[in-house]
Write a protein that binds this ligand. Structure first.
Ligand code: ACO
Length: 328
């Protein structure tokens, strides 16, 4: 049925067992637990072991989400994997996950939108469900970012962690489901966060590897300001589109980039801190996985309940940003 609003029917998440604490990092670069905690809110992050790769975590998260949605992998029509740390260039990590879980009726693909990838995927899946093109979709944000982190660069190495989070979308009941969504990007800010090596522009070679061109480079300070401004604006846009005010929001799940970004956005939106979810202390910044991991934690801990108004907003490399407003 066309124009059927989409809702989230099940969620799941997974992360590596390995933990990298601030104390561990202080042994590797000139930093301290005090600096990292006050500037970012991060105390530890998960780190994949050398034999672990992105789809391993994605598969676990997706299986959990499908099971909780009381569906079978064969019911899934669309599988979107949001990642900037794919298993390999070809095929997509989405196709690798599809084969692993047996979602043989799905169209599978990757979305590359850094930290906004999950909300990009949700927005696309919502549109396809509304138009009746697909009935059930899985969106998974999955990253092994620690592989792209330069552990001699203290500005970036303290931020990033690994993991995956997934959500199954399908036709929503009653007044529940996604009320509004919006995604945006601006490629002119490419160099605020990028990894230049390894593609066709700067081809992988012994030289690019030695130069560390495959590592993330970041202008953290500039990114901070653009992130706060963009997440605030796009959140206001979806609130308006959905006919809601920030006062109506029961739960705000921002991308977990930096606790200070989260607080600055919540403050500008006038969302009370009691309604803002944060797990950055234990996960760090897991890029596309950050919002779905947080969402699943909220579902499992009953921090979100039927009828709640949920606002999610993200910002990431590209630069990209997005927001989704939904009635749970
Ligand atoms: N330990 C100790 N000192 C440090 C560290 C560290 N880990 N990192 C930087 N410093 C130093 C700097 O060298 C600088 O020293 P100086 O004054 O002597 O030059 C000083 O601390 C201040 O540096 P700033 O960069 O101004 O610190 P800031 O408060 O901005 O914090 C941070 C840096 C944490 C990176 C912050 O800017 C930030 O979080 N930015 C946004 C990150 C983000 O949102 N990324 C995008 C999303 S992620 C994605 O898309 C995958």
């Amino acid at each position: 049925m066309a124009n059927q609003r989409a809702g989230i029917l099940g969620t799941g998440h997974s992360y590596p067992e390995g933990i990298l604490t601030n104390a561990d990092l202080a042994k590797m670069v000139e930093t301290s637990d005090e600096w990292i905690t006050t500037r970012t809110g991060i105390k530890q992050r998960r780190k994949a072991a050398p034999h672990e790769y992105t789809s391993m975590f994605a598969v676990r998260a997706v299986r959990q989400a499908i099971e909780r949605a009381k569906l079978d992998p064969s019911d899934i029509d669309l599988l979107i994997c949001a990642t900037v740390s794919p298993d390999q260039i070809l095929p997509s990590t989405g196709c690798i996950i599809q084969a692993e879980i047996g979602a043989h009726n799905a169209a599978a693909m990757d979305v590359v939108a850094a930290c906004s990838g999950f909300l990009y995927g949700v927005s696309l899946a919502d549109s396809m469900i509304r138009t009746g093109q697909v009935r059930y979709a899985v969106v998974v944000g999955a990253e092994v970012l620690t592989q792209y982190v330069d552990y001699t660069d203290r500005q970036t190495c303290v931020l990033f962690g690994d993991g995956a989070g997934a959500a199954v979308l399908g036709p929503a009941e009653g007044n529940r489901g996604i009320l509004a969504s919006k995604i945006k990007s601006d490629g002119r800010y490419e160099e605020q966060l990028y990894s230049p090596g390894g593609g066709t522009r700067r081809k992988p070679s012994a030289e690019t590897l030695a130069a560390g061109d495959h590592f993330f480079k970041m202008k953290g300070n500039e990114l901070f300001k653009v992130a706060v401004r963009s997440m605030t604006e796009i959140s206001r846009d979806v609130l308006e589109q959905g006919g809601s005010k920030s006062d109506d929001v029961d739960l705000f799940i921002p991308h977990q980039a930096n606790q200070r970004i989260t607080e600055a956005v919540a403050d500008r939106l006038n969302v009370d801190t009691s309604k803002v979810y944060s797990n950055i202390a234990v996960h760090g910044n897991t890029s596309a996985a950050s919002i779905p991991i947080a969402l699943d934690e909220c579902v499992q801990s009953k921090r979100v309940n039927e009828g709640d108004l949920v606002l999610m907003a993200s910002f990431g490399g590209g630069v990209t940003w997005g927001a989704v407003l939904m009635r749970w």
